[in-house]
Design a binder for this molecule. Structure first.
Ligand SMILES: [Zn+2]
Length: 439
């Protein structure tokens, strides 16, 4: 089987490549690409004129809810949503029920994601840093790493005890295992449901002060500096947190970070009349924070973009604001929102956009992904993005089981239209039929 992606703009940050050209996939592998490439014997030809041909996208931060809450999401529905969102590799978080703290659960995730019906998308499990995610006793991280985790995390249950976190970092340094950290000092955030400030006072909601995030970011950056453990700070939201990370990088600490579209798009005012789709953790902040997040995306302090896809069932979201869970689904909106808010506005060039959505998260988590170089991924992982396609996000047209999105009804410019992951091909309904020639 030979598939030709013809006449697009090839963007591959792993090779600093931004050229006009075509790409050939043969027997599920990328075999060639370049300006002069033309293959009359291809079985299928996709006309990519005006489209970007990029390495398959990589999402470092996704909640698949399996095991434990299949009514919110399953590995099958989550990976289908990922393929529709342009992703070929996603990292799943350990705060499932039970948490991912044993090798058998890692096996379960890997088996399930490799089974038919999962869209071919690679799922890279992230293990629980502590047993039962209790924040006290470290999991058997050696066994978890051998089972296949790519990082360890305290997502959802941030480790409060600094000695436990120090031990975790020392041990993960020995294992050469990155830590993905949920940075929150719960003594400052407990019971809060939105950013603390004039808006929370007006709505009568208990606020979460920005210091709750910044103190934890600072602590974890310092521990990374001293232990040399690779630290990835998840979804930063405040300008202060960004400054801590900038300083840590300046001091040559092995620190990276991510931001989610929620946090670079909306301020706390989006909550309006207690709309629970905008209840995020960390909470949505202010205009100044967004301006500085954009600056940090532009100057590289923020390394990558993560969806933090957090599915919740309708009955769990349609409750008073204080009782609602945190988070929004994001696998199918992240690319559109990123292009609309960052690329078309000049914050990121097209090549930098792809770097933050693919090559850098793959590098941080040492995944065989994020590149078009033949032979460097187990199978071809290629995404085709129409940067100029205008569309409106409709939460009812989603592969995810959950509908809790902050982006419903938003007009977006840019959409992934083809996702190739080995023999699995996702073709968006908005990819024109005239563009596809089957031999
Ligand atoms: Zn999360």
């Amino acid at each position: 089987m030979r598939i030709l992606l013809k006449g697009g703009r090839i963007l591959d940050p792993s090779q600093e490549l931004d050229i006009a050209g075509s790409l050939l996939i043969e027997n599920d592998q990328v075999v060639a690409f370049g300006p002069g490439l033309n293959d009359a014997s291809a079985d299928d030809v996709y006309d990519c004129h005006g489209l970007w041909i990029t390495p398959g996208l990589v999402d470092p931060h996704v909640h698949l809810r399996e095991p434990g809450d299949p009514h919110k999401e399953t590995i099958a529905t989550g990976t289908q949503a990922a393929a529709a969102g342009g992703y070929t590799t996603i990292c799943c978080m350990p705060n499932t029920n039970p948490p991912l703290d044993s090798p058998s659960l890692v096996d379960f995730i890997l088996d399930r994601s490799a089974s038919p019906g999962s869209g071919g998308v690679f799922v890279a499990p992230v293990g629980a840093l502590t047993k039962g995610m209790d924040g006290k006793q470290l999991s058997d991280l050696f066994a978890l790493k051998r089972a296949g985790i790519v990082a360890a995390s305290d997502e959802g249950f941030p480790i409060q005890d600094s000695m436990v976190m120090t031990k975790a970092m020392e041990f993960c340094f020995q294992l050469d295992l990155p830590i993905m950290a949920h940075c929150e000092d719960e003594s400052l955030s407990r019971g809060g449901s939105m950013n603390e400030g004039a808006m929370s006072a007006m709505l009568g909601l208990k606020g979460i002060h920005r210091s709750a995030e910044e103190i934890a970011v600072m602590r974890n950056c310092l521990l990374s500096l001293h232990t040399r453990c690779q630290l990835h700070v998840m979804r930063v939201s405040t300008w202060g947190a960004v400054e801590m990370i900038r300083q840590a990088k300046y001091l040559d600490a092995p620190v990276t970070c991510e931001v989610s579209p929620l946090h670079f798009t909306f301020t706390e005012e989006a909550i309006g009349e207690f709309d629970t789709n905008f209840k995020a953790l960390p909470p949505l902040r202010t205009r100044i924070d967004i301006d500085l997040l954009l600056e940090a995306l532009n100057d590289g302090t923020i390394d990558c973009i993560a969806s933090d896809h957090s599915p919740h069932a309708s009955h769990e979201v349609d409750v008073p604001f204080e009782e609602a869970p945190f988070g929004s689904v994001g696998l199918e909106s992240t690319v559109g929102v990123t292009l609309t808010r960052l690329t078309h506005t000049g914050v990121l060039s097209p090549l930098e956009t792809v770097r933050k959505l693919s090559t850098t998260p793959a590098r941080i988590l040492r995944l065989e992904a994020g590149t078009l170089k033949p032979g460097e991924t187990p199978v071809a992982q290629v995404t085709v993005i129409d940067p100029d396609l205008e569309w409106t996000l409709d939460r009812n047209k989603s592969f995810s089981k959950s509908r809790n999105t902050a982006f419903h009804g938003m007009h977006l410019k840019g959409k992934p239209v083809l996702t190739f992951c080995g023999s699995e091909i996702y073709r968006d309904a908005l990819f024109g039929n005239h563009r596809f020639v089957e031999a």
